[in-house]
Design a protein around this ligand. Structure first.
Ligand SMILES: [Zn+2]
Length: 205
């Protein structure tokens, strides 16, 4: 399988960045897959080819299923953007430099999306904690403080999020979650909650 051969040639940092997108699939739609990653992620990162193949196969399958479902039931494809509104703002804030690779931004963005979900009472606080614990087990970036250098404040980050192309009629659309594996699309997210989560995350550094 070509994807697996490519994985073997990546630096550890690039590999873990790619893993951010793999973990995203579990987080958005398959709690059992996420639990599997919690169990097998470290072995997979250490180079187990069989585990890597299983993880990539499951991710590719989920993407195909979501894209197919999207053709009949509108909007499911948007779930693939879990973590990406935060990610795009962070990529812009770091000048699309190697301070932050795309997949690293996705991982941090997923953690922030779960944090916003918990803050809104959509899921228990255990869920974002579990996301961050897994990223920690994987030795991945998970907090804003893991990004080297200065970041702009919460307001500036919110402005950058507003420049994301997925803004509809000035309303930010988010992918939030009712739990691990239960993501959904919503335009109903108070700006103040996102600002508070970003402020807290910046302060935690
Ligand atoms: Zn992406």
């Amino acid at each position: 399988m070509a994807d697996i051969d490519v994985l073997g040639t990546l630096t550890e940092r690039d590999f873990l960045a790619g893993y951010g997108e793999v973990a995203k699939y579990g987080l958005l739609g398959d709690a059992a897959f996420f639990a599997w990653l919690e169990e097998n992620g470290p072995g997979l990162a250490a180079g187990d080819a069989g585990l890597r193949q299983d993880a990539v196969r499951r991710s590719v399958q989920m993407k195909a299923d979501i894209v197919m479902r999207d053709e009949t039931e509108q909007g499911d494809r948007a779930l693939l953007n879990l973590g990406h509104t935060f990610c795009h703002a962070l990529e812009a804030a770091t000048g699309y430099s190697d301070r932050l690779l795309h997949g690293e931004g996705v991982a941090i963005g997923c953690a922030l999306a779960f944090e916003v979900s918990a803050r809104m009472g959509l899921c228990p606080q255990e869920e974002p904690s579990r996301v961050r614990a897994h990223l920690s087990d994987m030795k991945m970036k998970r907090d804003l403080s893991d990004i080297p250098g200065e970041l702009p404040g919460a307001d500036a980050l919110l402005t950058l999020m507003g420049q994301d192309k997925k803004v509809v009629d000035g309303q930010l659309r988010f992918i939030l979650a009712r739990g691990i594996g239960q993501a959904f699309v919503t335009g109903d997210v108070p700006r103040a909650v996102v600002q508070e989560v970003l402020s807290d995350a910046l302060r935690a550094g």
